[in-house]
Ligand binder design. Structure first.
Ligand code: ADP
Ligand code: MG
Length: 293
């Protein structure tokens, strides 16, 4: 039979916005020594907005943004919403796209006004034969070192330019990270975003260990490797791209603000995406298990 105090612990978690699936999750949480976190939507608000548009010579900012918005209009990625909103704000006319295709953790492509438009990270461009001129690459690195996410836009194999997107760090993130460190937990950030962007966010938050440019599969493998090394891993994430890693962790922690797939893959859901719930879950599991013994 399930001990009474576990039920009480789960109940208390629920009242504090930490939804724990079952007794097993609470028991495992106590043993966790490593927390893996996703960046976008987990450490950051995940409500990004466009802060800069840079067009290459021969292309205009308006055209680039309008094409990108058309291609992104079907995507549910937070970056897609930022691009669509920016086009709306500038009152650009955005046509309908067809043949939409998404490469998770890389970018998207679609047919817009007879042109094949791609929007995504530099690797995604390279994989599709789109060259990024050094001058643009340099500008993108400068923006990334300020924590911006940069996506590139191309028509066929020609680069049109890039879009810089800012996604503020959640207000609750710095204190949460400090508390997790105090609890003696090892913290690792994994992100599909670029190295320079990840570096900027990691140093701002004092996260000592991170890996950038990872695919959803990489995130999953990374979690699995840590477990093979004998670590007990909780993984916190919000996106479809995090779902495999959440499922592979000893404890998956989904942001309640994230995708349904992430929530279904997790043992813990944080209401409102409040990251302080990670600390609460750790503290609650320790208190509950001490009570039982
Ligand atoms: P994270 O791991 O930080 O949550 P993702 O794995 O979702 O990020 O995405 C990684 C990168 O892939 C993004 O930083 C972006 O460059 C690119 N990307 C993913 N989806 C899109 C999209 N819909 N439009 C443009 N770029 C995208
Ligand atoms: Mg994410």
């Amino acid at each position: 039979a399930t001990p009474m105090s576990i039920m009480v612990g789960i109940g208390r978690g629920a009242r504090e916005g930490v939804l724990i699936k079952d007794a097993q999750v609470l028991e495992t949480m106590e043993k966790v020594d490593t927390i893996v976190v996703d960046k976008t939507g987990t450490l950051t608000e995940g409500r990004p907005r466009v802060v800069d548009v840079v067009a290459v010579e021969g292309s205009s900012e308006e055209d680039l943004l309008a094409q990108a918005a058309a291609a992104e209009s079907v995507s549910e990625h937070p970056l897609a919403r930022a691009i669509v909103d920016a086009a709306k704000e500038r009152e650009l006319s955005v046509t309908k796209a067809t043949d939409f295709q998404s490469t998770t953790g890389g970018g998207i492509e679609a047919q817009v006004d007879g042109r094949h438009i791609r929007v995504g990270k530099q690797d995604f461009m390279a994989n599709n034969g789109v060259q990024v001129p050094e001058e643009i690459a340099k500008k993108s690195r400068a923006m990334q070192s300020e924590g911006r996410t940069v996506v590139f836009v191309a028509a066929e194999e020609n680069l049109l330019g890039m879009i810089a997107i800012a996604d503020p760090i959640k207000q609750t993130t710095p204190a949460t990270i400090a508390r997790l460190h105090e609890l003696g937990l090892k913290l690792v950030m994994l992100t599909g975003d670029a190295q320079a962007t990840a570096q900027a966010v990691a140093s701002e938050l004092g996260i000592d260990d991170f890996t950038a440019g990872v695919s959803p599969e990489d995130k999953h493998n990374y979690v699995q490797d840590l477990r093979k090394q004998g670590r007990i891993v909780a993984m916190a994430g919000d996106g479809i791209n995090d779902a495999p890693a959440l499922a592979a962790a000893d404890v998956g922690i989904a942001m309640g603000t994230g995708s349904d797939v992430a929530i279904e893959s997790a043992g813990v859901t944080l209401v409102g995406g409040d990251l302080r719930g990670v600390v609460k879950a750790a503290a609650l599991s320790r208190a509950t298990m001490t009570n039982i013994r």
